[in-house]
Structures are given as structure tokens and as C-alpha cells.
Design a protein around this ligand. Structure first.
Ligand code: ADP
Ligand code: MG
Length: 253
């Protein structure tokens, strides 16, 4: 059955007004409302609610995509019992997201395999759902990108882009030492983020060893000064989850 002209016109107007959920649902909601005898404002309320919910869902989806998490890990799949060294109440508090409003940082320090990346991703993921602009990068990935941007004269643009981020997650500081130029560029990013962007850093290195990857003691001091001015520290010092998992599997065999 072909649609009558007023229906076609209505759908056209709704599309122009960018109300896709109206287009999809107006007829079914009208039928439901007719049955429940709700009035016109109630009908409109239902439709606008649906449109808003759908819009928010899409925006969160986009933010998660833009954050570029390597693997999607959420807090739901994190087993706090398996990693007793993690301060669970602090993680729960951070998940509320106030630290981002206050531009505070989070340092996740601990041995490999203790769930640092998992937790950093979960915090980032939750922040996306709360409407924050998030970006996840490995620290060495960021440094490479900065060096390349400087090479092709797009550094200013890259730094400008990064200013829009509300939560920057830098994973794995400590596995690869940086060149002098690389360390300086990283310092530049951290300085710019100071009191403007929240930064989460995961690292296997205790603070006293950061010079090993950053080179200069002076630069390390200045960077730690900015990072730790307003900081929450989560330490993970248990056994590697991967190792424990592998051992358990071996035992079963
Ligand atoms: P790290 O970054 O500290 O090296 P990861 O976060 O990459 O460790 O954790 C290694 C793997 O083990 C990941 O697949 C992660 O999801 C998983 N994992 C680690 N700790 C836990 C935990 N407590 N509960 C559930 N999964 C965990
Ligand atoms: Mg990791």
C-alpha cells in the first residue's frame, strides 16, 4: 500500500528536522496511545523521550568508537577477588566520574598482568557513557604520533585536537624508553593536560624508576610534579591474572 501524501510529507519533515526515532516510532506509539487513551501531549512526550534516549545511545557509541580502546573491557568483567591488592572502593568512587570534573589524574601502578589496562579501559568506557570525550593510547603510540606530527609540521594541530579530550588514557608507560625528543613531547602533552584534562597512566614502573624511560631526572621530576598534584593512585601488586589463569588451566589437564 502506498503512503498518502500527508504521511509522506510528515516523514519528510521529520527527516529534515533530524528526528529518525520519530520517523521509526510515530505510528506504533500512536497506536499504543490510542489504545491507552493518552492525550496528545502524552503522545508527544513519549516520542520525544524515545528520540532523546536513542540520541544519547548513539552519542555514547560514537564516543566509545572515538576513544579507540584496543579491547572493550568493562568493570563488570573485572574480578576484584582475583586481585586483592586493588583498592576496590577507590575504583568504585572513580567510576562515578567526579575526578574528571575536578581534572584529577589516576595512576595505575603494578606488575604485568594485574589488570591495569583492564581497569583503565573500564574507567574510560564508563566515562564515555557519562558523556566524556575520551582517548585511549599506548604511551609509546602517543610519543610516536607526536614525533611524526613534529616531522610533518602538524604538531600544533595534533596538540590542539588533544585539548578537546576530557580523559586521556596513556597505557604502558615503562616498557619502552623514549628518545630525548620523545620524552620532551610527552612532557609537553602532560603539561598541557595539567588542570585541563584528566590523565590515567598505567605503568609497571615505580616513580623512582621513571627516569629510566624518560631519560632526564629534571624532566621526570617536573612531569611527576604535574601528574601527582591531584592524583589517585591504584596499586596492583598481586600475581599476574594471565599467569594464574594459565596455571589453573594446566592443573585441570
Ligand atoms: P596489565 O595491564 O596490568 O598488564 P591487563 O589488564 O592487560 O594487565 O590484564 C591481563 C588480562 O587479564 C586481560 O585479559 C584482563 O582482562 C585480565 N584480567 C586481569 N586482571 C583481572 C581481574 N582481576 N579480573 C578479570 N580479568 C582480569
Ligand atoms: Mg597493560
Amino acid at each position: 500500500m502506498s503512503k498518502d501524501p500527508s504521511t509522506l510529507l510528515l516523514e519528510h519533515h521529520l527527516k529534515v528536522l533530524k528526528l529518525p526515532t520519530f520517523v521509526r516510532d510515530y505510528a506504533s506509539v500512536a497506536a499504543a496511545c490510542a489504545q491507552e487513551r493518552c492525550d496528545y501531549p502524552a503522545y508527544l512526550l513519549r516520542l520525544t523521550e524515545r528520540e532523546l534516549i536513542e540520541r544519547e545511545r548513539k552519542a555514547a557509541e560514537r564516543r566509545i568508537k572515538d576513544a579507540r580502546f584496543p579491547v572493550l573491557k568493562t568493570i563488570g568483567s573485572f574480578d576484584f577477588k582475583a586481585q586483592a591488592s586493588i583498592n576496590e572502593p577507590l575504583v568504585r568512587e572513580l567510576l562515578v566520574g567526579e575526578y574528571i570534573t575536578r581534572r584529577e589524574n589516576v595512576l595505575l601502578v603494578g606488575n604485568p598482568g594485574t589488570g591495569k589496562t583492564h581497569l583503565a579501559t573500564a574507567l574510560g568506557h564508563t566515562a564515555c557513557a557519562q558523556g566524556r570525550r575520551v582517548r585511549f593510547m599506548t604511551t609509546s603510540g602517543l610519543v610516536t604520533q607526536l614525533l611524526e606530527a613534529r616531522e610533518d609540521r602538524s604538531l600544533r594541530r595534533l596538540l590542539k585536537q588533544m585539548e578537546r579530550i576530557e580523559l586521556l588514557v596513556l597505557d604502558e608507560l615503562g616498557y619502552v624508553p623514549f628518545s630525548k625528543a620523545g620524552a620532551e613531547l610527552l612532557f609537553d602533552v602532560i603539561s598541557r593536560a595539567y588542570e585541563r584534562t584528566s590523565v590515567i597512566i598505567t605503568t609497571n614502573l615505580p616513580f623512582e624508576n621513571w627516569t629510566e624511560v624518560l631519560g632526564s631526572e629534571r624532566l621526570t621530576g617536573a612531569m611527576l610534579d604535574r601528574l601527582t598534584h591531584r592524583v589517585h593512585i591504584l596499586e596492583a601488586n598481586g600475581e599476574s591474572y594471565r599467569l594464574k589463569d594459565a596455571k589453573a588451566r594446566l592443573k585441570r589437564r
